[in-house]
Design a protein around this ligand. Structure first.
Ligand code: SF4
Length: 494
């Protein structure tokens, strides 16, 4: 079966729902493919009908309407007859989503996400037609590691170039292992669910380059679609250099931390970060030298190896006070404002928490999405933007993040275990008129400089950055007033 129709019956793709099976059972004279999510759930279920290099897109398409659309196009032979929300002309053999002019698709440049919403996630023919399953020269893989940086807090090389760590593993004692960490970030789960072969292409190329004997895909048990799809893809992946195991870990946020991910894969029920040095690249999974990279990192590697020196992109999920979250792929020259353009904000934007649960708060969205720009602005690089609308209270927001940190840390080191508890108490005290800005700042600094893992290093960042950008709101709360009108009496930081 070809991916797109070049003549005759239309090809119908259903994204983000199980409707595909229903349509396959209908009378429509069409090829029906169930594809993964586009990353833009606001338009899903998204029905696309392709015929002769032209695709009509139908957003939020319920099953009954889908059947009518398919019948109409099959009879008339023209995708425009069914009144689509967008039409795109493209190569008749397109293997990447022809990006429609629909909300959520107007920004960036999809390369890592190109398969999402277009190819069947676990169909080897679709992936092969797109140039996948290549067997790149290990030297080219290692060379690519000199230019690519790790993505996400689940990546052992977050924001660092990959080559040095790869060299440590390749030259280490013992059989190496490669772990795909798809835990803890929506984009990593999206890639496992929508384009698992892209991720596995990167992982297998890396495994060959470092002579790994073990390959593990790890995801949260809460991301059922990611786990199931990864399992099926692992089974059908042709000739991997090592057996591919798929492990579902506990859903706790901290379980994405690279060494806690290793603990979970080894089957330890009590998740604690490992002391380092040595890092996992020296003593990792069952004592082997181990590379831990996120789905985004490995998919980016696969794209770089296949397509040459394409500019690096950043996959960012925008969520918070929005009608629906969206995952977009931005050029490094794009800004946070571009990312927010992909969603419908519920009101006006007051601030954004950038870079995960423990990202930084900012009013200024005119900041680039590359790690240097984000770090210079004291923001996080985990690939998420949580939008706060005008009626959100930043004091309450950071209080919730602090309490989450106090309840969700692993308890192994004092700066994080005690620091997050004290931080929560300091923020709660603001409501009692005890506003100790210096104390919050100093505590955050101690946690950032002495915690064992990046959970504790970053846990104070929401509060510290909020203090810098919204000092007057903290002072107002200490005076018994919430400028956003959210903290009613008795005000509380829960
Ligand atoms: S920083 Fe927090 S999560 Fe990390 S080891 Fe210390 S207590 Fe555990």
């Amino acid at each position: 079966m070809t991916l797109t129709s070049t003549a005759g019956d239309p090809v119908v793709r259903v994204s983000g729902t199980a409707q595909g099976a229903e349509l396959r059972g209908s009378d429509a004279d069409a090829t029906v493919l169930a594809v993964g999510s586009t990353g833009v759930p606001a338009v899903e279920p998204l029905l696309s009908v392709t015929r002769r290099g032209r695709t009509g897109f139908h957003a939020r398409c319920p099953p009954e309407r889908a059947k009518t659309i398919v019948s109409t196009v099959a009879e008339a032979g023209d995708v425009t007859t069914a009144d689509p929300d967008a039409v795109v002309e493209h190569d008749p053999d397109a293997t990447r989503l022809p990006v429609p002019e629909l909300p959520g698709f107007g920004v960036g440049n999809r390369s890592v996400l190109a398969a999402c919403g277009w190819r069947r996630p676990t169909n080897p023919a679709d992936h092969e037609a797109a140039g996948g399953f290549g067997n790149p020269d290990p030297a080219a893989v290692l060379d690519a590691g000199t230019r690519l940086r790790g993505r996400g807090w689940g990546d052992r090389c977050q924001d660092a170039f990959l080559a040095e760590t790869w060299g440590t593993v390749r030259d280490g004692d013992g059989d190496a292992a490669v772990v795909v960490n798809g835990h803890g970030n929506p984009a990593d789960a999206l890639l496992l669910a929508g384009a698992p072969f892209e991720v596995l292409d990167g992982a297998t190329a890396l495994a060959r380059a470092v002579d790994a004997e073990r390959l593990v895909v790890y995801a949260s048990a809460a991301d059922e679609r990611a786990v199931e799809t990864a399992r099926e893809a692992a089974t059908t992946y042709p000739d991997p250099p090592a057996p591919i195991d798929v492990v579902a870990g506990p859903p706790e946020y901290r379980a994405a931390e690279p060494t806690m991910a290793l603990e979970a894969i080894e089957g330890n029920h009590r998740l604690e970060a490992r002391l380092r040095p040595p890092g996992p690249e020296e003593v990792g999974l069952h004592g082997r030298p181990t590379l831990v990279h996120t789905s985004r990192t490995l998919a980016q590697l696969a794209i770089a190896l296949r397509d040459g020196r394409e500019p690096e992109t950043r996959v960012v999920t925008v969520t918070g006070d929005v009608a629906a979250p969206a995952t977009v792929e931005l050029r490094e020259s794009d800004s946070l404002a571009d990312a927010v353009d992909a969603v419908e904000v519920e009101g006006t934007v007051k601030a954004a928490c950038v870079g995960g649960r423990f990202g930084g708060l900012t009013r200024d969205l005119d900041v680039g999405v590359d790690p240097e720009a984000l770090s210079a602005a004291n923001l996080g690089t985990d690939g998420t933007v949580h939008v706060l609308a005008e009626d959100s209270c930043v004091v309450e927001f950071v209080g919730r993040r602090a309490r989450f940190a106090a309840e969700g840390n692993c308890g192994r080191c004092v700066p994080c275990r005690e620091g997050t508890t004290q931080l929560t108490a300091l923020l709660r005290a603001v409501y009692d008129g005890e506003y100790d800005a210096d104390g919050i700042e100093e505590l955050g600094r101690v946690m950032a400089t002495s915690s064992l893992c990046s959970f504790g290093v970053r846990a104070g960042r929401p509060a510290r950055t909020a203090l810098a950008a919204f000092e007057s709101e903290f002072a107002a709360h200490a005076d018994g007033r919430c400028p956003a009108g959210q903290c009613v009496e008795p005000a509380e930081v829960t």
